[in-house]
Design a protein around this ligand. Structure first.
Ligand code: NAD
Length: 499
């Protein structure tokens, strides 16, 4: 059995806690490796070593730090196929999706090449006689990132890229379900020239997360995962005086107006609802057609498209639309929610419950499901399903459709499909959700904008990547300085220079 490691001070290090988690191959249901789960002592050691390495890295000029990021980007491109294969094997997503996962992280690393530009301070000349005032952005010291299973390359890079570019040391605690790619990223960072100890990868579960939360040297925590854990980490991290940002779950609505191009909307729903088996925080899980005629026409278009979806392992080639979900427990939870939808009165228009894949009977494949006539009180509407299940909620008017998205507890992303500019503009202005698509189903902001949800999808003031990340991973110091020459030039202050 392959035994994975931690990455401490530039080396693979075996776990010493004696606790392990199985790493599954979701396509076959087989255990393919085991990953060590760090104890508090192992986590504290990684943090202490990172704290030793940080001052030199923090004092390295930002342009040089940017060059390490630039070399890292080159190495990511070099190893793209290898990374994607390792990612698909543990996560289950298709190879094109796995490459997309690496690519979107890579783009944030590209953005971080510009660390020197992002970290430039502010300067006011002659704020008073002989007085200059300036501010600088300084690293926090040791920051930590706790990341989810569904983007094991992209989200670790969203966190470590800006944190390292700002001059911090970084502790990455990736998901225990697919830990290989984060370890490979650490190796590539070393090859790119990052000094040992500046990036530590500590594998683990709640015990190591709690150790991060309670370690006084950890100055900041960036978390991405489910909302209950986000709330827990935000609460305990803030109580312990850390800077914390947490991004949680989602229930993303797509409103389809009667004037929308319905073929385009149906195509968009297929990609956004079923792509990556629905295991995306920006997946569309609720379609809200406005008017029964729109709803009937939309369902008519969706059914044949859903029936054509090809579900299979990543090894079956690039025409596979989506792969298995991540664990047997995830599969069981999705199917349980589907049963609850039926029991609570929703109409199951496409039934994927009996889906089986020959030769992969033990894999965690879930067939695509489509519900119609879903209502607010149903569990399939209230909860995040995180699987290939699309719910249709029928609204009579635009205002009613808007109220569904507005009233839902989650506020990550949303979209509207319409040809009417007024409606689209009104929607973008009024909606209480972080990321909005207009005829774009998955409006994921690019690296140089910021990514973050509202309501129960995001906790903390600043978003991920973009300029916000450079604010999150630094603190501002403002200096007021006065020099005698200002007085000689007629200043009015009675300032006596040092003898
Ligand atoms: P998760 O909450 O189960 O795990 C996330 C991280 O928290 C992992 O590193 C895990 O080890 C750790 N963790 C799990 N249980 C813990 C506990 N009790 N105490 C402390 N730490 C714990 O999430 P997941 O299943 O890996 O990821 C899927 C979730 O992430 C979905 O809800 C999805 O919407 C969300 N997500 C959100 C975003 C976003 O930007 N808003 C992006 C991707 C995924």
């Amino acid at each position: 059995m392959k035994e994975l490691t931690h990455w401490i001070n530039g080396k693979h290090v075996k776990g010493t806690s004696g606790r392990f988690a199985d790493v599954m191959n979701p396509a076959t249901g087989e255990v393919q490796a085991r990953v060590p789960l760090a104890s508090k002592a192992e986590l504290d050691h990684a943090v202490a070593e990172a704290a030793k390495a940080q001052p030199k890295w923090g004092a390295t000029n930002p342009q040089r730090r940017g060059r390490v990021m630039m070399e890292f980007v080159r190495l990511l491109n070099r190893d793209m196929d290898k990374l994607a294969e390792a990612l698909s094997r543990e996560h289950g997503k298709t190879l094109p999706d796995a490459k997309g996962d690496v690519q979107r992280g890579l783009e944030v690393m590209e953005y971080c090449i510009n660390a020197a530009q992002m970290l430039k301070g502010e300067f006011t000349d002659s704020a008073g006689p002989g007085i200059d005032m300036y501010s600088m952005r300084q690293p926090l010291g040791v920051a930590a990132g706790i990341t989810p299973f569904n983007f094991p390359a992209m989200i670790p890079m969203w966190k470590m890229g800006p944190a390292l570019a700002c001059g911090n040391a970084f502790i990455l605690k990736p998901s225990e379900r697919d830990p290989s790619v984060p370890l490979m990223l650490a190796e590539l960072m070393q090859e790119a020239g990052l000094p040992d100890g500046v990036l530590q990868v500590v594998n683990g579960d709640k015990e190591s997360v709690d150790a991060i939360l309670d370690n006084p040297t950890v100055a900041a925590i960036g978390f991405v995962g489910s909302t209950p854990i986000a709330e827990y980490i935000y609460g305990r991290g803030c109580t312990n005086g850390k800077r914390v940002q947490c991004f949680g779950g989602a229930k993303n609505h797509m409103i389809i107006m009667p004037d929308a191009d319905l073929d385009q909307a149906a195509d968009a729903l297929i990609g956004a609802g079923y792509g990556a088996a629905g295991e995306r925080c920006m997946a569309i899980s609720v379609a809200v057609p406005v008017g029964d005629k729109t709803a009937d026409e939309l369902i008519k278009r969706l059914i044949p498209r859903i029936e054509k979806l090809k579900v299979g392992p990543y090894t079956a080639g690039n025409d596979v639309d989506y792969g298995p979900v991540v664990t047997a427990a995830a599969k069981a939870n999705i199917l349980k929610l589907v049963e609850s939808g039926i029991a609570q009165g929703a109409k199951l228009v496409v039934d994927g419950r009996d889906f089986k894949l020959q030769g992969y009977e033990d894999g965690y494949f879930v067939g695509p499901h489509l519900f119609d006539h879903v209502t607010r009180d149903m569990d399939i509407y209230k909860k995040e399903i995180f699987g290939p299940v699309l719910s249709t909620v029928r609204a009579k008017t635009y205002e009613e459709a808007l109220s569904y998205a507005m009233d839902h507890e989650y506020g990550n992303g949303t979209a509207i499909f319409t040809r009417d500019g007024d409606t689209a503009r009104d929607f973008a202005n009024r909606i209480n959700i972080g990321m909005i698509g207009i005829n774009v189903p998955i409006p994921v902001p690019l690296a140089y904008h910021t990514f973050g949800g509202w309501k129960k999808s995001g906790f903390g003031d600043l978003n991920q990547h973009g300029p916000d990340a450079f604010r999150f991973y630094t603190r501002t110091k403002t200096i007021t300085s006065r020099w005698p020459s200002g007085i000689r030039q007629g200043g009015e202050f009675n300032f006596k220079p040092m003898e």
